[in-house]
Design a protein around this ligand. Structure first.
Ligand code: HEM
Length: 133
């Protein structure tokens, strides 16, 4: 299976097991990163919007890694400017995988986890490069 197929399959399994993972991911983010509470408001629609952007960027990474990483580079700077600490920005990805991974199952379980980890490692490297500026 290609990494694109693996990421797609994993997201189908997530949808079956959890439905929309947004609330579970953000619940864990607020626990782990008290600094994020600054962004927490009555209106949580931005959380859904972020999750869509993050997942579509991961799907794009599986097909066209270079293009997806350019978006990450831009978004790292953008989020720094709006006050999201970089450890929180990076932590979003580890937290996402912590929530999603337990739902991966079947023959491709290890391959799906490896595809996600590979994407996250590459994204974290780009964020670290930006943080040097
Ligand atoms: C926990 C970390 C994050 C927080 C608190 C956060 C917060 C926000 C907020 C409040 C906005 C709207 C305000 C604005 O654009 O000025 C925004 C926009 C956006 N975020 Fe995030 N975000 C996070 C992580 C991410 C990640 C990891 C991505 C990766 C794809 C991402 C992608 C985007 C995109 C594409 C926009 C729209 C930017 C634009 O309009 O030019 N966000 N984010």
């Amino acid at each position: 299976m290609t990494s694109s197929e693996l990421i797609n399959l994993s997201l189908e399994q997530v949808a079956e097991a959890l439905g929309d993972p947004t609330a579970a991911v953000f619940a864990r983010m607020y626990e782990r990163y008290p600094a994020l509470k600054h962004f927490r408001g009555e209106d949580s629609s931005w959380e859904n919007y972020m999750m869509q952007e993050i997942l579509s960027n991961i799907l794009q990474y599986a097909d066209e890694p270079e293009t997806a990483l350019v978006t990450i580079k831009d978004m790292t700077t953008h989020h720094q400017l709006i006050g999201v600490p970089l450890d929180v920005f990076k932590g979003m990805y580890s937290t996402l995988l912590d929530v999603l991974k337990p739902t991966f199952q079947g023959e491709q379980q290890a391959a799906m986890a490896a595809a996600w980890q590979q994407a996250i490692d590459a994204i974290h490297r780009v964020v670290d490069q930006q943080s040097a500026f």
